[in-house]
Design a protein around this ligand. Structure first.
Ligand SMILES: Nc1ncnc2c1ncn2[C@@H]1O[C@H](COP(=O)(O)OP(=O)(O)O)[C@@H](O)[C@H]1O
Ligand SMILES: [Mg+2]
Length: 292
């Protein structure tokens, strides 16, 4: 009944598409120093807010290899992953699945170790497939793993902006700092957006940001860190996880849902600088290490 492809086809072409002036999609990776701080919930709910509230065309790329679970959160059962596209000749359209509010999801639960060892043909296949997606997309959100493994770093270096999810737990703070240190060494000036999660209120979120940014000012010269907002500790988040729904969809009036819409709104009102808007083609080239 709910034909997924139908939903995808129904989108009206925008004036940009017709005039050929479509701007490349915005690419935001969602990451953290420590696991279990809310990345996947942030990604899913942000995707929902971008799509449902702000009418953006969103693709979520589940790049957390070990613990990828965007599909579980949306109660979807992917048949294929990016690996099947790359190595088993599945079409990208077969691999993409549709979630709520028309969000598209690219499951990539495994196989990413192999991305750096692609043949030139596979490389080209990946890059051109993403180039094609580009014109049909406003925002690409990447749910990365936690920490400073090479795989996670690669996604965070390749995206235009990195949302770093931090909670008041001291270990979350120190691990976020370690991540920012490595990112800053590899790509000084990269736009990093600090998102305080599981805090009481905006005040606590700002205090957390101040704490981290004060140390960063001292020890990480050149760090480009700004405050992206806060998300309250909200018991409904866990309830929504159990019901396998994004909270913003299940309970739009919950404090967390209102806060995520505010974060989405703020992000949209502060687009990245033009020079870092390089598109998915470049993201892919960076991922496979073929950037000229
Ligand atoms: N703002 C919040 N309030 C309450 N619980 C939260 C909040 N954000 C995340 N959680 C809970 O924290 C746990 C980990 O979240 P998850 O998004 O899976 O983290 P990660 O992807 O970083 O590992 C989940 O059980 C989720 O319900
Ligand atoms: Mg996760």
């Amino acid at each position: 009944m709910n034909d997924q492809a139908e939903g995808l086809r129904k989108r009206e072409p925008r004036l940009d598409d017709i005039t050929g002036n479509a701007s490349p999609p915005r690419i935001i990776s969602v990451t953290s120093g420590k696991g279990g701080v809310g990345k996947t919930n942030v990604t899913a709910n942000l995707a929902y807010a971008f799509s449902e509230t702000f009418g953006k065309r969103v693709l979520v790329f589940d790049a957390d290899m070990g613990l990828g679970n965007i599909d579980v959160l949306f109660n979807l059962r992917p048949r294929w992953t990016l690996k099947d596209f790359l190595f088993e000749d599945r079409k990208l359209s077969e691999v993409l699945i549709e979630g709520p509010a028309g969000i598209r999801i690219l499951p990539a639960a495994s196989g990413f170790e192999e991305l750096t060892a692609l043949t030139p043909e596979q490389n080209l296949k990946l890059i051109s497939a993403f180039d094609e997606l580009e014109s049909d997309l406003d925002i690409l959100l990447i749910d990365t793993g936690a920490g400073i493994s090479e795989n996670v770093l690669t996604f965070n270096l390749a995206s235009q902006e990195t949302l770093i999810v931090v909670t008041p737990e001291p270990t979350s703070r120190t691990d976020a700092f370690a991540l920012m240190k490595v990112l800053n060494r590899r790509y000084s000036g990269k736009p990093l957006l600090f998102l305080a999660n599981m805090v009481r209120d905006r005040k606590e979120g700002l205090e957390l940001f101040d704490l981290v940014s004060r140390v960063a000012d001292r020890f990480l010269p050149g760090l480009n860190l700004s405050f992206a907002g806060f998300l309250p500790q909200d018991p409904s988040v866990t309830q929504a996880v159990r019901s396998q729904k994004a909270l913003a969809e299940m309970l739009p009036g919950a404090p967390f849902s209102a806060a995520i819409r505010q974060v989405a709104r703020d992000l949209l009102s502060r687009p990245p600088r033009q020079e870092v808007s390089a598109g998915i083609g470049l993201l892919m080239k960076r991922l496979v290490g073929r950037e000229e």
